[in-house]
Design a protein around this ligand. Structure first.
Ligand SMILES: NC(=O)c1ccc[n+]([C@@H]2O[C@H](COP(=O)([O-])OP(=O)(O)OC[C@H]3O[C@@H](n4cnc5c(N)ncnc54)[C@H](O)[C@@H]3O)[C@@H](O)[C@H]2O)c1
Length: 256
């Protein structure tokens, strides 16, 4: 078991990659706090973990609220008796395009993708210090590694996350806290059609998906479990000398 006895918090763990990771981390011996604003999804993830013999707690919060981003950390620490691992995974595609930008949509994207991570990670560091170390993981995207004509604001936010992770890796390394980022390409989750169509219909999403897939060397989108396995490696002691890394999990998309 690669996370035996570890105490992990994962945000946006009611669905997609976060859920896949919550199930996997629990199978690998971690106790997991499943953070999500959908109580139904969070409880379903917890129930699945428990029925497989694992340990988990649901922490319901809207991460658009700064106060809630702080509370999830303190509530998780109370549930579990400490925190070793935080995967700050919550995010959203944000507005497409740039000219005529809706500043409310801009702010929403920055608050969920960037501020929620900044606030919750700031809050978790003292808990990790208490345990003489820890592992923080962020979620960026291929749009945090290369520019995106399709999603300039998303790209702005995700480049920011990579910069934050690299900076924290420098400052937290001496305290035994590693900080890394996963940068997924297209992943088959409920978020994907909305990202691809940006308010358009399912047919547009399929059309854009086909175009995108044609430029992926492995020729397909990822399954959430494939990202969860990379996340497991990064947060576990198997990656004990890895910090400040932004790992593409993109079927080779950013290799060109
Ligand atoms: N799916 C992709 O193709 C893809 C690719 C690269 C990066 N990402 C990133 O992955 C992360 C999540 O994506 P996913 O595909 O696993 O998503 P998903 O749609 O499967 O799940 C998102 C979860 O977040 C929860 N959520 C949404 N807003 C919230 C809020 N304000 N407060 C609390 N919970 C909230 C939802 O209830 C849902 O359970 C985001 O950071 C996204 O930018 C996704």
């Amino acid at each position: 078991m690669r996370l035996k006895g570890k105490l992990a918090v994962i945000t946006a763990a009611g669905s997609g990659m976060g859920k896949a990771a919550a199930l996997l981390f629990a199978r690998e011996g971690a106790t997991v706090c499943v953070v999500d604003y959908s109580e139904k999804n969070a409880q379903a993830t917890v129930a699945q973990i428990k029925s497989a013999g694992g340990q988990a707690h649901a922490v319901i919060a809207d991460l658009m609220s700064e106060t809630e981003c702080r509370r999830i950390i303190h509530d998780s620490a109370k549930h579990m008796g400490g925190i070793d691992i935080l995967w700050a995974h919550a995010g959203e595609p944000g507005p497409g395009g740039f000219e005529g930008l809706d500043m409310n949509a801009y702010q929403h994207a920055m608050d969920l993708n960037v501020r929620s991570a900044v606030v919750s990670v700031g809050e978790v560091l003292p808990y990790m210090r208490q345990r003489q170390g820890g592992s923080v993981l962020f979620t960026a995207s291929i749009s945090g590694l290369v520019g995106s004509q399709f999603s300039p604001i998303y790209s702005l936010a995700k480049f920011g996350i990579v910069g934050l992770a690299k900076s924290l890796a420098l400052s937290m390394g001496p305290e035994g806290i590693r900080v890394n980022v996963v940068c997924p390409g297209l992943v088959d989750t409920p978020m994907l059609p909305g990202f691809l169509s940006r308010g358009g219909d399912a047919a547009l999403a399929e059309q854009n998906k086909a175009k995108f897939v044609a430029s992926i060397p492995l020729g397909r989108v990822a399954q959430p479990e494939e990202v969860a396995k990379a996340a497991l490696w990064l947060v576990s002691d198997d990656a004990s000398y890895v910090t400040g890394v932004a790992l593409p999990i993109d079927g080779g998309f950013t290799s060109r």
